[in-house]
Design a protein around this ligand. Sequence first.
Ligand code: COA
Length: 185
Amino acid sequence: MAIPAFRPVSYSRTTLTELMIPSYANFGGKIHGGILLSLMDKVAYACSAKHAGNYCVTVTVDGVHFLQPVEVGELVSLLASVNYVGNTSLMVGIKVIAENVKTGIVKHTNTSYFTMVAKGEDDKPTQVPGLILEAPNDTRRFLEALKRRELAQRYQSEFAEAKHEITVEAELYRLENERCQLAYT
Ligand SMILES: CC(C)(COP(=O)(O)OP(=O)(O)OC[C@H]1O[C@@H](n2cnc3c(N)ncnc32)[C@H](O)[C@@H]1OP(=O)(O)O)[C@@H](O)C(=O)NCCC(=O)NCCS
């Protein structure tokens, strides 16, 4: 199938729903964060590959904060859509909600952003279709993604510079109020 120059957001919008079974739980009885991360990666792949019409790989993950625990027996739904496209990359926004089927209470556990890159037959990054923004929310998400990308690039270069400037001997004083001990001389 020929890949069009543009595709609408709705073309690749994807929802993945999964029941949280006991084997997904940690020793405290809550669902492992890794299970949710794996589901998020899966839905990011489905959504990005559908938009790209090609195999995609995960490059970066932004905004993973699990603020509320997910319980065994809850139905977790991951709502994914392409928020932004660059040339070969695309950012998928994923909203994760967990529903208690007995009470009907739905909690929003997190929203995260996966940057994916499309790969061609030669395994090299390949161009993805442009994005048709079909509603004001799509435009807002696209603009937010631009900002997110810009800030991430700035953070990466500033941190690389700051890391380069850290001299252990000169900065040992910063550990005074930290909860660590040096076990060497
Ligand atoms: C990601 C990857 C394709 C980049 O390859 P590359 O040869 O450096 O390609 P480019 O520099 O042309 O970058 C390709 C795109 O990735 C984006 N990209 C690269 N590194 C990035 C980063 N750290 N954060 C965000 N985007 C990034 C670039 O901005 C570019 O996007 P654009 O085309 O929309 O402008 C390559 O590093 C790779 O295959 N990594 C392994 C990914 C993988 O296997 N993931 C699964 C988990 S193991």
